[in-house]
Design a protein around this ligand. Structure first.
Ligand SMILES: [Fe+2]
Length: 216
């Protein structure tokens, strides 16, 4: 019996892209090796709920149409099958986080099945893995995802839109085609201005860790 990766365009494409990224940037080699390994072992899941949100309905279509490179192709392969979620429910009531939560959503593509959280409809990833967490992010214009840290090693690939990215104390403008790599524990933030941004992301370690927002 063939493994899913052999006949799944998304998995095969993501593995090929991760291998290319490992060769392009030696700093990412170990993380991309972990990603390749996990993608080769993950398994398709049954289709589950596909919640969506206004930020997705408003911006995903135009972002996908404009999306560049392998990340754009990968996201177009799965966009009509994913469900969306809003992070940081524990920060509800904090004005900046309420604004972010109204204008930011992520779609799990590879990861663990969601744990039921009451009556909220949580999306399931398309592929099961306990070792990596990968997916799509839509961040609307004029949104600050504040500084945060997490144990997971994280890569973002910008498919569409330009935003300001913080890494440590440095800020850079990153647009379509950019790769942003955060080793474990790196303080980072993403601030959009006049454009929405669509990214493919992967946590290649500590996929069950909890991000911590930094307030000062
Ligand atoms: Fe992060």
């Amino acid at each position: 019996m063939r493994a899913p990766v052999d006949h799944d365009p998304f998995l095969a494409g993501f593995i090929g892209f991760a291998r290319a990224e490992a060769g392009r940037d030696p700093a990412m080699a170990d993380a991309m090796a972990d990603l390749v390994d996990a993608l080769g072992r993950c398994r398709p899941l049954e289709a589950g709920p596909r919640p969506t949100y206004p930020v997705v309905d408003e911006h995903l279509g135009s972002c996908l149409a404009a999306a560049v490179g392998a990340p754009g192709e990968l996201l177009r392969l799965v966009a009509d099958r994913v469900g969306w979620a809003i992070p940081y429910p524990e920060h509800i009531g904090e004005p900046d986080m309420d604004h972010m939560r109204a204008n930011y959503a992520y779609a799990p593509i590879v990861g663990t099945s969601p744990i039921s959280s009451g009556d909220l409809e949580e999306p399931s990833p398309l592929y099961a893995s306990d070792d990596v967490f990968a997916g799509a992010v839509v961040q609307g214009p004029g949104v600050t995802y504040p500084s945060h840290v997490h144990k997971a090693t994280e890569a973002f690939w910008v498919a569409a839109g330009t935003a300001d990215w913080q890494m440590g104390d440095a800020w850079t403008s990153r647009g379509p085609g950019a790769t942003i790599f955060h080793p474990t524990g790196t303080r980072h933030a993403t601030v959009t201005t006049d454009e929405p941004q669509l990214t493919l992301f992967a946590w290649t370690s500590d996929a069950d860790c909890v991000p911590v927002i930094i307030r000062f």
